[in-house]
Design a binder for this molecule. Structure first.
Ligand SMILES: Nc1nc2c(ncn2[C@@H]2O[C@H](COP(=O)(O)OP(=O)(O)O)[C@@H](O)[C@H]2O)c(=O)[nH]1
Ligand SMILES: [Mg+2]
Length: 204
């Protein structure tokens, strides 16, 4: 749940990039951090866990408008994807307002994607949240590897595996090249802001 600070006329919310280890979450955030410099309001903070990191930075999306005269400040987070960091992943999801699920398009990562989505589902449930009613966007990453002759799952297969029930917007992407990264973050920002607007309506 976002923090509404009416005194500073600021609303602070949290978007988490979730997905299996090595799917490209950190690469997404690094691309955003470097490409949308003007909208980044602080440093990238990195919390090291052995072999993997939790990253976050503050982001002030421009052009998406204010909510009731309040600026909206977003914290973008990644989680460590490796199985052993389950408790960290859960902690990062606390009070989340929107989620980008990054799936790895590599054929060999098919099961890992599905496991990670299930893990997301369970972790959200422990906070009384549901993947079905939280703002959510999927990203099918590493599409560039197709050109290298590396076997990737067709988009239709990934939709079937991951998005049959969710019916969330899904973006093919190459976080490495930046393709689809902006479209993904813009969509989750839009959806998260819309959801906050609705929550505010109920609260007043
Ligand atoms: N070819 C290609 N490699 C990628 C892409 N995204 C990430 N990678 C690579 O995959 C590896 C893991 O990426 P990383 O962002 O650290 O994954 P994370 O564990 O989800 O944070 C790194 O070597 C990245 O350079 C992509 O879109 N295409
Ligand atoms: Mg990472």
């Amino acid at each position: 749940m976002a923090t509404f600070n009416f005194k500073n006329r600021e609303i602070e919310c949290k978007i988490v990039y979730y997905g299996p280890g090595r799917c490209g979450k950190t690469t997404n955030l690094e691309y955003i951090f470097h490409t949308y410099k003007k909208q980044v309001t602080g440093e990238m903070v990195s919390i090291d866990t052995e072999g993997d990191r939790t990253l976050f930075f503050d982001f002030l999306p421009m052009g998406l408008g204010k909510i009731r005269g309040c600026d909206v400040k977003v914290q973008l987070y990644t989680v460590p994807g490796q199985v052993q960091y389950s408790s960290t992943r859960k902690l990062v999801l606390k009070e989340v307002d929107g989620i980008v699920f990054v799936a790895d398009s590599l054929e060999v990562r098919r099961d890992k994607n599905m496991q990670s989505l299930k893990d997301l589902h369970e972790n959200l449930k422990s906070y009384g949240l549901s993947v079905l009613n939280i703002p959510l966007v999927l990203q099918y990453n590493k599409r560039d590897l197709d050109a290298e002759g590396i076997p990737l799952m067709p988009i239709a297969q990934m939709d079937k595996d991951l998005n049959r029930q969710l019916k969330a917007p899904a973006f093919p992407a190459s976080a490495l090249k930046g393709d689809g990264v902006g479209a993904t973050v813009t969509e989750i920002l839009k959806r998260t802001l819309l959801s906050l607007q609705k929550q505010l309506k109920w609260a007043t």
